[in-house]
Design a protein around this ligand. Structure first.
Ligand SMILES: *[C@@H]1O[C@H](CO)[C@@H](O)[C@H](O)[C@H]1NC(C)=O
Ligand SMILES: *[C@@H]1O[C@H](CO)[C@@H](O)[C@H](O)[C@H]1NC(C)=O
Length: 214
């Protein structure tokens, strides 16, 4: 047993010796190998730098886009009122908020067609406008409200004309969260058509305002 072990050790030693000599022989030139490794290392390094640079470019592009979205939000809507047949809203015994439930455009989703209220998402200057189609031989009064404050109005008296349109618009400064809606005056009628979208509420952001300095 001991003899077997010894011969194994000798055998391994011989092998190791042989390999060692092979490395030392000029067939494998360590210097050249190192040179080649160095060259490929330099190549890898420059590839890595290039990739890093590209990543940086992508990152700053994403940042630019984010900034653009923040600084240039897109807010615009137009809504009409839906009806299964030609009908009217009103008359009501008190001034009533009109709900323009038929959305034609709602970029930015700042207008809520369920409540009829526009809520400013950013501080800025906005433009709003309504058009009301009057019901023949009925009064029609409409106003734009900023919060609980009447801003602009329009009134169409009871006349025998079949189709009367009335309109008004306003530029309004809004802080984030401030609301705008349209109200129908007391004892007045607004015509709601099935197809033509005669009566509408429209609004859009004109430009942003800088944050106030307190
Ligand atoms: C509109 O005016 C006509 C003529 O004065 C009158 O007969 C009618 O009752 C009025 N309509 C309403 C809804 O007040
Ligand atoms: C009214 O609005 C609807 C969209 O809800 C549209 O399909 C239709 O063409 C509009 N009608 C008219 C006459 O503008």
């Amino acid at each position: 047993m001991a003899l077997l072990k010894l011969s194994l050790v000798i055998f391994m030693f011989c092998c190791y010796k042989a390999q060692d000599e092979e490395i030392m022989t000029p067939v494998v030139n360590i210097y050249t190998e190192l040179q080649q490794l160095k060259v490929s290392f330099i190549g890898l390094k420059s590839d890595l730098n290039e990739a890093k640079h590209e990543l940086q470019q992508q990152k700053s592009l994403i940042q630019d886009l984010k900034k653009q979205i923040k600084e240039n939000p897109q807010i615009a809507f137009t809504a009409s009122m839906s009806a299964s047949e030609s009908t009217s809203r009103g008359p009501f015994t008190s001034e009533t908020k009109l709900i323009f439930d038929k959305v034609l455009t709602n970029i930015g989703e700042a207008y809520d067609p369920i409540t009829g209220v526009f809520t400013a998402p950013v501080r800025g200057v906005y433009y709003f406008r309504f058009t009301g189609s009057a019901f023949s031989s009925h009064d029609l009064g409409l106003s734009i409200f900023k919060g609980q404050k009447r801003f602009v109005s329009s009134y169409e008296y009871n006349s025998s004309d079949k189709n009367d349109q009335m309109s008004n618009g306003a530029v309004i400064e809004l802080d984030p969260g401030e609301e705008v809606h349209v109200r129908l005056w007391v004892r007045s009628w607004v015509f709601v058509d099935r197809r033509y979208n005669y009566s509408t509420f429209t609004g859009f952001l004109v430009h942003l305002l800088p944050e106030p300095v307190y």
